[in-house]
Design a protein around this ligand. Structure first.
Ligand code: UDP
Length: 373
């Protein structure tokens, strides 16, 4: 079969590879000049540092098959994400852990004491937190919420945390020990030569043709037996029902002789600081040596018509519009919508790959049984 994949990010790389291996002929188009979507990495010309062009991507998963899958296409180097945050002219460790709690409240509590202490700060009248703010007040109390989450979240999402779902904060744990690993997954690491090299390897198959700098038009699908579309869902329908809201990011690059901040990610919790965080990219590849450093100040704002979409907003208004687009999508013959933009969800890379593997398998099964996907 001849299959068109729109978008050369992780989703379609994986789907393309699986279907190519099964003997199908694959064409992948992408409107950008590079593969790998928003996890694209490249060498900074001036410093030689491997840069996460669209912001930091750290691979972490509990999914053994996904971990083995990515390791088949790239060597992975051990990497533990340790995030710091600057608030009130002090540096704290994230996610909130025993060090953060003791430092913040100027105490020397042991785990059980800290647990009881934090429970005394928590708003226990909130039984089932629905919003981001309720989740924070329920589990860490007002002081920590206001220091670490309120301002950052306001900047990141452009709205008050009481408008956001609790699920966003549930991504971050609270720890009553000194473990400052940002993620709690069995496997964590960085592809040794970056994500673009990883995706390049996945796509390296004689049945796969990649065409860059090519904007997809709906008619392009006509000569193919099936289309997997990983672009923005509303974009596929020419935004005919309106636009799904996204946040986009702006990066302000600067270089530094030596080590600028001593860690890969420094968040800034206060609203008075206009950026959310500074990433110092050489620390994402601690096995490399660089004298010169390159950093990005990261600013979040509403995504305009010509901007790159990053984070789907998914508030009530967007979910209503999403439901309408999902209805339209269901009526499309021979088109499958995949990935973060195609399904309008906040997906981590491991989940993206898991879903792509499952989608490819389902497609192959449908083919075998003579069914339409
Ligand atoms: N967050 C926060 N303060 C921080 C870091 C994160 O309030 O210092 C909130 C913010 O709303 C963010 C969410 O927690 O969107 C999830 O954080 P995560 O680090 O998973 O965000 P990502 O790296 O995906 O942008």
């Amino acid at each position: 079969m001849k299959i068109l994949l729109v978008g050369a990010g992780l989703s379609n790389a994986v789907i393309g590879r699986e279907l190519a291996s099964a003997g199908h002929s694959i064409v992948i188009v992408d409107s950008r000049s590079h593969i790998a979507g928003n996890c694209h990495t490249e060498r900074d010309r001036e410093t030689g540092v491997l840069v996460h062009v669209y912001g930091p991507h750290i691979f972490h998963t509990d999914d053994k098959e996904v971990w083995e899958y990515v390791n088949r296409y790239s060597a992975f180097k051990p990497y533990t994400n340790r995030v710091k945050t600057t608030v009130k002219e002090q540096v704290f460790s994230l996610p909130v852990n025993l060090h953060t709690i003791n430092q913040f409240f100027e105490k020397v509590m042991r785990p059980d004491e800290a647990r009881v202490f934090l429970e005394s700060k928590a708003d226990t009248s909130i039984e089932e937190p629905k919003t981001f703010e309720e989740q924070a007040l329920r589990f860490v109390g007002r002081e920590l919420y206001e220091a670490f989450f309120k301002g950052y979240t306001q900047k990141q999402w452009g709205c008050h945390p009481n408008e956001l779902p609790a699920s966003i904060l549930k991504r971050l744990p609270v720890r009553f020990n000194y473990d400052d690993n940002y993620f709690f997954h069995r496997y964590q690491g960085m592809p040794e030569h970056g994500y673009t090299k990883l995706v390049e390897k996945i796509l390296d198959h004689p049945n796969i043709e990649v065409i860059l700098n090519k904007k997809f038009e709906r008619g392009d699908g006509a000569e193919f037996d099936h289309v997997f579309y990983s672009g923005p869902l509303d974009g596929y329908f020419n935004y005919e029902l309106g636009r799904l809201g996204y946040r986009t990011l702006d990066f302000e690059r600067f270089t530094f002789d030596g080590d600028y901040q001593g860690c890969a990610v420094m968040n800034y919790g206060e609203e008075s600081v206009p950026f959310t965080r500074i990433t110092e990219h050489k620390h994402f590849a601690p096995w490399e040596e660089h004298d010169k450093s390159v950093c990005y100040r990261e600013y979040s704002r509403a995504c305009g018509k010509d901007d790159i979409p990053y984070y789907p907003i998914r508030l009530v208004k967007e979910k209503e519009l999403l439901a309408k687009y999902v209805e339209l999508a269901k009526n499309q013959q021979k088109v499958t919508f995949v990935g973060r933009l195609g399904t309008y969800r906040y997906l981590d890379m491991d989940v993206t790959i898991r879903e792509a593997l499952d989608t490819a398998r389902e497609f192959l099964l449908c083919m075998k049984n003579g069914r339409q996907m």
